[in-house]
Design a protein around this ligand. Structure first.
Ligand SMILES: [Fe+2]
Length: 440
């Protein structure tokens, strides 16, 4: 029996394989494109290593597309064959991979949490539990799953800076911005190449409506996040939100063309970022030209994915924009998936994804009454879709826009009033306050 760099027992054929797996975890935690090659090196060193086979399944699931989900199932089945020689922790990982790849995400989260009770230093289980809670919209567990392990960690434990980065994001999503900022800065002091921690602090500045400080933070820390895989686009996206907050629209469009848009990328987070910033630009009354066309073309290929309702609702935005009706195929695919499948995401699709997608399509069609009628009753439940407060804020902006455009002035007043309470100096909010007849 070998041990990993945190002293956890690991079933492997050689120390070389264990070290390659440790490297795989570091590249996963630093969101570095070397994660795939490092996993391949691990499997080359030991094709029968249970956790390496599990990791293959996890990596496919993290890509969140239908074809890769099928490959994740296959990898989990291959890992299952190795369960007999695996230890209890590894068997729970195999169980998690099977559950996740078959759409039982909550059971996968339960397996990661069970691993962490006995093995609080299992940073792979921790990162995946954090990811799982994020897309469950469970902010408290996003924070607490990290904090309840910290009794076992010291600043000298390998990877401590990544764990503090996760904790920072959990604090941010539970509105504890001071603690989030402190944990995020500490994380980056420990590990400079730490995109998740840098990103967590960017969220803090976004939520506090501090675009100057946020842009400065993102720029100062460029060496620590531009090394990331496509996740680096998401950090660009955060910077663009802050330029929007400063009404620097030309800069947002320039960043879209030069730094955000990747014609080669088909990754879900990129498609989500692109849709979310284009629609925000339009909500700021900016013309985005023909940028929707190329984005919608990419999203068309994901019409039948239904990997996460959160992703589908963004595809609905992009597919509806060119006005050729392609969004109807997506709505139909979501409807039939919600009715026919029993997995966790199907339930969320039915309860939240489908109504929200329909509302976003109605917004594009100019049916603002329908948007208000659909979103007003469910807006406090939309966190169940997962994603961050910053990402879901788009839906609130669409609702405010629709309340104003459908002349529901009292509804607009209350929504804008809420927003002013949180963001008293935000330019967009103040413009909407004026439109609603509020003294901002
Ligand atoms: Fe983010």
């Amino acid at each position: 029996m070998y041990q990993d760099c945190r002293g956890l027992e690991i079933t492997a054929a050689s120390q070389e394989a264990v070290e390659a797996f440790d490297e795989t975890i570091v590249s996963y935690l630093s969101i570095n494109p070397s994660a795939g090659p490092n996993l391949k090196a691990t499997l080359d060193a030991d094709p029968q290593m249970p956790l390496a086979n599990v990791m293959k399944s996890y990596f496919f699931m993290l890509m969140a597309t239908k074809p890769l989900q099928e490959r994740a199932q296959k990898a989990a089945a291959e890992a299952r064959v190795l369960a007999e020689g695996a230890n209890q922790r590894e068997r729970l990982h195999i169980e998690a991979a099977e559950n996740w790849s078959h759409g039982r995400k909550r059971a996968a989260i339960a397996a990661w949490e069970a691993i962490l009770v006995e093995n609080p230093l299992d940073v792979l289980a921790l990162r995946l539990a954090h990811h799982g809670h994020f897309y469950e919209g469970d902010g408290q567990n996003l924070r607490d799953t990290v904090t309840r392990r910290l009794y076992a960690w010291t600043p000298d434990t390998p990877g401590y800076g990544y764990v503090k980065g996760m904790q920072a994001f959990g604090y941010e999503e539970t509105h504890d911005y001071d603690s989030a900022h402190r944990a995020g800065v500490e994380a980056v002091e420990h590990i400079a190449e730490n995109p998740w921690a840098i990103h967590a602090v960017a969220h803090v500045h976004e939520m506090r409506d501090e675009p100057d400080a946020g842009i400065a933070w993102i720029r100062e820390n460029e060496p620590g996040w531009t090394t990331a895989n496509n996740f680096r686009y998401h950090v660009w996206w955060h910077r663009m939100l802050m330029h929007l907050d400063r009404a620097e629209y030309d800069e947002v469009l320039r960043l879209y063309d030069e730094d955000l848009w990747d014609p080669e990328s088909d990754e879900y987070l990129d498609l989500v970022n692109d849709a979310a910033v284009l629609l925000r630009l339009e909500l700021h009354d900016q013309d985005v030209g023909d940028r929707w066309l190329a984005l919608a073309e990419k999203c068309k290929g994901h019409t039948h994915d239904q990997a996460l309702a959160f992703i589908d609702v963004h595809h609905a935005i992009s597919l509806a924009a060119p006005g050729n009706g392609d969004e109807q195929s997506l709505l139909e695919a979501m409807r039939s998936y919600a009715e026919s499948q029993g997995d966790d995401n199907a339930q969320i699709t039915e309860a939240m994804g489908l109504p929200l997608a329909r509302a976003l399509v109605a917004h594009r069609a100019g049916d603002f009454d329908a948007v208000v009628e659909t979103l007003l009753p469910i807006r406090y439940h939309l966190h169940k879709l997962g994603g961050s407060h910053a990402q879901r804020d788009l839906f609130n902006m669409v609702l405010i826009d629709s309340a104003l455009k459908s002349n529901r002035i009292n509804v607009a007043k209350m929504l804008v009033s809420e927003r002013l309470g949180r963001l008293p100096n935000n330019l967009w909010t103040r413009a909407k306050a004026e439109a609603a007849g509020l003294a901002a």
